[in-house]
Design a protein around this ligand. Structure first.
Ligand code: AMP
Ligand code: GLY
Length: 427
């Protein structure tokens, strides 16, 4: 049996790892993969956004299942292309992926489905945008409408910052066509958490909640990043909240999509804000969150492959999904300078030693192997050091113990992953 994983970051390394050790023992291929995936999969020299290249490989090799990790190929319609060739694919169609690819579409679906979210208006033109921003006042949030590699959102605490952000997108083309339209959104106060739901077009399996850490520095300071760490479960999501999120957020959106003839299958990611007025949606993504899924999948008790198969085959109702009672934590080790400019090619030491520690698995994100066989840095987020433990405290302690054994020039990481949850638990 052949499984094909598209992508080459930390999310794809944890997916390849979980699939490769499945009891069905499939042969796993990754395009392009990284130095981590090559431990249990064959890496292919095809970029994750090379749609024609990916289709050509899949048509020749006929994988039994393809799992598409990143948003770019999903929004570009890779799933449609592969399905047109008769292949089985986990992931939404290009049209359904517009839930992430177009923030205006996403807001329209939420409004039609009655899903609680921030008030917002969208603009193509700076004069009207400025007038509206002045009318609402700060704090306020400016978002590029399209995919902007996680950089399109500016949370503005004063009016000047908001006017500047709007101008950068609409006039200076800072995000290219992705920012040719902006959303001006109400600022929501609260604590964030992420929920992932597996969907077969109709049925839903909720995965345990998790929390990401989006800012680069401790205490949520510094610039936004793709995510500097995660943990699961997230105590901000109470045991009574997951069914409520399923009934008031996930199911209504899926029903609205179905009613428009755009059934959604794959994984639906809801970024949520727990506000004093209740749970409200920040955004939807059409893929597994990264690094959330690294933390979440460490807690999956059984195999992943049958669950993904059930999503593809539309019979998720029968899928057995059980979760370990253990907690998990993931610390992202990043290149010096990230999320700004950074060097590549720095040798990484200590991964194997770190992995000898109890409960620890180190996933690779931006890594490569140089001509001498040395694992080197090749991206902004370099490693995802994960650990499980009997409780969150132990998982965090183990993850940081493992981080201390790994080194590369310029490495930086947050020292407060899960600190908020730990103080909540202590309280
Ligand atoms: P997004 O890419 O939409 O997840 O936004 C990136 C980050 O900006 C989120 O994780 C939040 O921390 C923040 N953010 C986005 N929208 C809002 C909002 N309406 N109110 C407050 N913070 C927001
Ligand atoms: N960690 C945030 C995301 O995957 O969008």
């Amino acid at each position: 049996m052949k499984v094909f994983v598209v992508g080459g970051g930390g999310r794809e390394d944890v997916l390849a790892w979980k699939l490769a050790y499945d009891s069905a023992a499939p042969v796993v291929f990754c395009a392009p993969g990284n130095a981590g995936t090559r431990r249990y999969a064959t890496n292919l020299p095809v970029a994750a956004d090379d749609i024609d290249g990916l289709v050509a490989w899949a048509c020749a090799e006929r994988p039994d299942l393809t799992v598409v990790g990143p948003e770019a190929p999903l929004c570009a319609g890779l799933v449609d292309r592969l399905e047109a060739e008769g292949l089985r694919v986990f992931g939404p169609s290009g049209e359904a992926a517009q839930l992430e690819g177009s923030k205006v579409f996403s807001k329209e679906i939420m409004a039609a489905a009655g899903v609680p979210t921030a008030e917002c208006r969208h603009f193509d033109e700076i004069v009207a945008a400025e007038a509206y921003i002045r009318e609402v006042g700060a704090p306020i949030v400016i978002k590029a409408e399209g995919l902007a590699a996680g950089k399109g959102v500016t949370v503005c605490l004063d009016l000047d910052a908001a006017l500047t952000a709007a101008r950068e997108a609409l006039v200076d083309n800072a995000f290219g066509t992705a920012g040719a339209r902006i959303l001006v959104e109400e600022f929501m106060e609260g604590e964030e958490a992420s929920v992932l739901a597996l969907v077969d077009g109709e049925h839903v399996v909720m995965l345990p909640g998790s929390q990401d850490h989006k800012r680069a520095l401790d205490n949520d300071q510094g610039p936004n990043t793709g995510g500097m760490g995660a943990y699961s479960p997230a105590p901000v999501i109470g045991s009574e909240d997951l069914p409520v999120i399923r009934d008031t957020v996930i199911e209504p959106v899926l029903a609205e999509m179905r009613s428009r003839g755009i059934p959604y299958k794959g994984v639906l990611y809801a970024g949520l804000m727990f506000t004093p007025e209740g749970i409200r949606v920040l955004e939807f993504n059409c893929r597994f969150g990264d690094p959330e899924v690294q933390a979440v999948l460490r807690r999956l008790a059984g195999d992943l492959l049958p669950v993904l198969d059930a999503c593809v085959d539309g019979d998720l109702t029968d899928a057995q999904v059980s979760w370990s009672d253990e907690a998990s934590a993931c610390v992202v080790m990043a290149s010096g300078g990230y999320p700004g400019a950074y060097d590549k090619g720095k040798p990484i030491d200590g991964i194997e030693t770190a992995e000898q520690s109890e409960g620890v698995v180190v996933f690779h994100a931006g890594t490569d192997v140089d001509s001498g066989g040395q694992v080197v840095t090749a991206g902004g987020r370099v490693l995802n050091v994960t650990a499980t433990g009997v409780d969150l405290e132990q998982a965090v302690e183990r993850a940081y113990g493992a981080v201390d054994k790994i080194s590369f020039e310029g490495a930086h990481w947050r020292r407060d992953i899960a600190a908020r949850a730990l103080s909540r638990i202590t309280a």
